[in-house]
Design a protein around this ligand. Structure first.
Ligand code: CUA
Length: 155
């Protein structure tokens, strides 16, 4: 079977790109440690009001000086609606939803998650700059979506 020279180049290029992309994925996974979320926590969205710590959403200070913030997202609020932490605080956010999928986004930080009924998502951020931060729902969740936000005061 005769394969044209250009065809052979093109096949070689295609296979080479496949190898390059596989190596990039491997590099990201093993050298940069970028992996899909694992060790996910599950929770019954019907029983949030009886399930610690989501029965009392809010801020907890840990003995090492960092904070944990537990949030419940529901149409069309975040609980707690306000939070206040000192400048320099490292806060680990734990978020779940009581009803539908919501967004959990704090502009000017690296917090960008989804609030999913049945699952607890987690992300940490160290607030090095003071100010009032807005926590917004950036996942369309219904008629009041655009009014779904909360505030975080860092002072
Ligand atoms: Cu909640 Cu959009």
């Amino acid at each position: 079977m005769h394969i044209h020279r250009y065809e052979r180049w093109w096949m070689t290029f295609g296979i080479a790109m496949l190898v390059v992309f596989l190596l990039m994925i491997g590099f990201a996974a093993f050298a940069d440690n970028i992996n899909p979320p694992s060790g996910l926590q599950q929770v019954d969205p019907q029983k949030l009001s009886q399930t610690p710590p989501f029965d009392k959403p809010g801020l907890r200070k840990l003995p090492n000086g960092t904070y944990e913030a537990y949030y419940v997202a529901e149409v069309f609020n975040f609980i707690p609606a306000t939070l206040s932490v000192p400048v320099g605080s490292k806060v680990t956010f734990y978020v779940t939803s009581a009803d539908v999928v919501h967004g959990f986004f704090i502009p000017r930080t690296d917090i960008n998650m989804m609030a999913i009924p049945g699952w607890v998502n987690t992300q940490s951020h160290t607030f090095t700059r003071s100010g009032d931060y807005l926590l917004i729902c950036h996942e369309y969740c219904g008629i009041g979506h655009q009014n779904m936000f909360a505030r975080i005061a860092v002072h």
